[in-house]
Design a protein. Structure first.
Length: 368
């Protein structure tokens, strides 16, 4: 018995607002389409993989697609149904007996699903994964009971001759699901439990929320002089000396702000808050609050913060928790995501002579 997988990857993904088509978008080090290809390649029961893909896209991104002798490329159609039909025509020439049709935009399906579907294909001509609806469904201003609604997923497994005949005779080239053809004919369909992880990628945010993290580094150093308040992380520390600065000289917050701006690709603190009268002696906590608003507009949240304070004296040990609580409040992030270290230079250099205070920060941001 010859079993093939047909991966449909010909769509333009208009809702996926990106210069790169979603099937070729990088997710955790690999393209979206490759996740599905590799799962089928790793299954010993799959003898051929047919990929329906738009020619221009494939020419541009072919180097990002897995190469294997089992893989055959066919041109994608103007609609999903036409792409599937093109793939089925090729499968017919290859004398395929059973076929699994899958959307490239569903890279997270569990590999064991393939074997389960093949098992059921011995008794059924259509095997599809589905989940019960978790949301309230309204149709024609009427609420449909959730237990009467299923969310259908892919891959969907079929007897090849049957699905090929149905697609060949199908006049509605805008259908978005292959099992629809079975349901229209009242043909029996075996429904198996789908996976919550098998979500379809529709919007760019579907990837960003799960994948991308942004790293920023911040550094700041200030001269220490007598008569200035020592402010660290928005907390006033008893000291005879404090940092010189246009604002309150809070080196820790300045480094933190720079790390956030770097991770968010929004410049640096000097550009955003220049040395003008508006910011003369301003509390750095206010600057941090403004920076957090910038992150919010970009739908970015803080994943973690690692701070290093380099100061000879006074000892900051008993103030670290106060600083952490203050940062947690301003940044609206759990204390567990903040790490603070306080170091000296063993009286070496200008910091060791208590003439300067320096701070280093690494922050990690992610999409909300």
């Amino acid at each position: 018995m010859s079993i093939a997988a047909l991966i449909v990857a010909g769509g333009s993904g208009k809702r996926f607002v990106s210069d790169t088509p979603k099937q070729f978008h990088i997710f955790k080090g690999d393209t979206i389409i490759n996740y599905s290809i590799k799962k089928f390649l790793n299954n010993k029961n799959i003898s051929r993989i047919i990929i329906a893909i738009e020619k221009k896209s494939y020419s541009k991104y072919r180097d990002f697609v897995v190469k294997n002798k089992k893989i055959t490329i066919v041109n994608g159609g103007k609609t999903r149904a036409l792409s599937v039909l093109n793939g089925l025509i090729k499968a017919n020439r290859l004398k395929i007996d059973k076929i699994l049709i899958h959307d490239a935009a569903r890279p997270f399906f569990p590999p064991k699903l393939i074997d389960l579907q093949i098992k059921y294909l011995k008794k059924f001509k259509a095997v599809i994964p589905a989940l019960e609806s978790l949301s309230t469904i309204v149709f024609n201003n009427k609420i449909i009971p959730r237990d009467e609604v299923l969310q259908i997923q892919t891959p969907q497994a079929f007897d090849f001759k049957t699905i090929y005949k149905l697609h060949s005779q199908n006049l509605d080239k805008n259908i978005s699901d292959d099992s629809t053809l079975f349901f229209k004919k009242n043909y029996p369909v075996k429904i198996i439990k789908g996976s919550l992880n098998n979500k379809k990628i529709t919007y760019l945010e579907d990837i960003k929320k799960n994948n991308e993290k942004f790293y920023g580094i911040g550094y700041d150093i200030h001269q220490m002089v007598k008569g200035r308040k020592l402010v660290v992380g928005g907390i006033v520390i008893p000291s005879k000396m404090g940092p010189v600065g246009h604002s309150d000289g809070d080196s820790l917050l300045h480094a933190l702000i720079d790390s956030f701006l770097g991770a968010a690709k929004k410049g640096d603190i000097g550009t955003l808050f220049p040395n003008i009268s508006k910011y003369k002696d301003v509390k750095s906590t206010r600057l941090l609050e403004k920076t957090i608003q910038i992150l919010k507009k970009k739908k970015l949240v803080i994943d973690s913060i690692d701070l290093n304070i380099i100061l000879q004296s006074p000892n900051l040990g008993k103030y670290k928790d106060k600083i952490k609580k203050n940062l947690s409040k301003i940044c609206k992030v759990n204390k567990d995501k903040i790490n603070i270290k306080a170091k000296t230079t063993d009286r070496l250099g200008i910091i060791g002579k208590n003439k300067a205070l320096a701070c280093e920060v690494i922050s990690v941001l992610k999409y909300d």
